[in-house]
Ligand binder design. Structure first.
Ligand code: PMP
Length: 351
């Protein structure tokens, strides 16, 4: 190891992103990207970006985008924070809002980003076990004057909490910041954004990467009452984080404004999910109930690591987690119907 590396980076477990294709054509069902194209209005907005627009620096406040999001959620623009992907928004939340003397709480099976950022920023954390059905039990989360973060639906399980359960969590933790990471909420859940006027301790984080098919654009945002949003802006300014670029701001507005395309895209993914779950059940897989754009599936007789490897050799990439309790599960992103059919055919041949 180089003597120039800091003591901190030595100790960190890095976040391992999903594999991206390099050469061979892969059927990519490993990073929960959308199988649907983004709204044509997005492409038009990108094509209509002029040289004069590119010549200038972007709006550092992303005003047009924040206004568009505020309209959609019935909030004020001062209650919207935007970032380069929701990963950046979450990083800012860890840096600012989740810095507490007490350990923060998150589920023991959850988005692998959380322990990475907590580790990087020296934030103590406790993992709260899921119940035997892989559900988050909100009664287990009590943290006066602290911080709680959880995805809803959870990742990588896809299991959803109802709005009533999120309300219960918020009521039991009025003095704590509660961050609800709703990266996958549009595939069957009810957003906690509706609770923002009632709860000043709630921050809801969304992304355009999944239900709006714009993972390559890198846009995410947070919704919350003014004080929490101001906190995020302070962190952003302290770290001099980059604003969204001109193209991303324009394309994101075009996406948010095309509600019909968005709804149709979500429905297509949900339809494919139902098809895939049935087909997997027909092959003997057990799938957790998914409200996301992926399914979490295990086979009673087949080792998940072996299946992962065998599929990989056929050019189909899914996700396997070498971790206790979930190491017999595959996480399979919902692809196009053609990709889902190819997966089922490959599994049929393997089983
Ligand atoms: N939250 C969860 C739960 C996720 O699975 C992901 C995607 N890996 C993200 C946030 C980040 O998404 P993005 O940075 O593309 O907005």
């Amino acid at each position: 190891m180089s003597r120039f590396w800091s003591a901190v980076t030595h100790k960190l477990t890095p976040y391992v992103p999903g594999e991206q294709p390099r050469h061979k054509r892969l059927i990519k069902l490993n990073t929960n990207e959308s199988p649907v194209e983004p709204s044509p209005r997005v492409l038009e907005a990108i094509a209509a970006t002029s040289g004069d627009m590119l010549r200038r620096y972007p709006d550092p406040e992303s005003v047009a985008l924040r206004e568009s999001l505020a309209r959609r959620f019935g909030l004020a623009p001062s209650q919207v924070f935007v970032g380069n992907g929701s990963d950046e928004v979450l990083a800012h939340a860890f840096l600012g809002l989740l810095q507490h003397p007490k350990p923060i709480l998150f589920p023991d099976i959850t988005y692998s980003f959380y322990p990475v950022w907590a580790g990087l920023y020296g934030i103590e954390f406790e993992r709260v076990p899921l119940d035997e059905d892989f559900r988050v039990d909100v009664a287990d989360y009590q943290r006066p004057n602290g911080g709680i973060i959880l995805p809803n639906p959870n990742a990588p399980t896809g299991v959803l909490l109802s709005l009533a359960e999120i309300r219960q969590l918020l009521e039991a933790n009025r003095d704590s910041v509660v961050v609800v990471d709703e990266a996958y909420i549009d595939f069957g859940g009810e957003s906690a954004a509706a609770l923002i006027p009632e709860f000043d301790n709630l921050l809801v984080v969304h992304t355009l990467s999944k239900s709006r098919a714009l993972a390559g654009l890198r846009v995410g945002y947070a919704l919350g009452q003014d004080e929490l949003i101001e906190g995020l802006s302070r962190v952003k300014n302290c770290f001099n984080s980059y604003p969204l670029d001109v193209v991303a701001q324009r394309a994101a507005v075009a996406s948010i404004e095309d509600e019909a395309w968005f709804q149709a895209g979500c429905q297509a993914v949900v339809d494919n999910r139902e098809w895939l779950q049935q087909a997997l059940a027909g092959l003997g897989f057990r799938c957790l109930p998914s409200a996301a754009n992926f399914v979490f599936a295990s086979h009673p007789e087949r080792n998940a690591a072996d299946l992962f490897q065998a599929l990989r050799e056929q050019g189909i990439v899914v996700r396997y987690f070498d971790k206790p309790r979930i190491n017999q599960y595959l996480r399979i992103s919902i692809g196009s119907r053609e990709d889902c059919e190819a997966l089922i055919e490959a599994l049929q041949a393997l089983l």
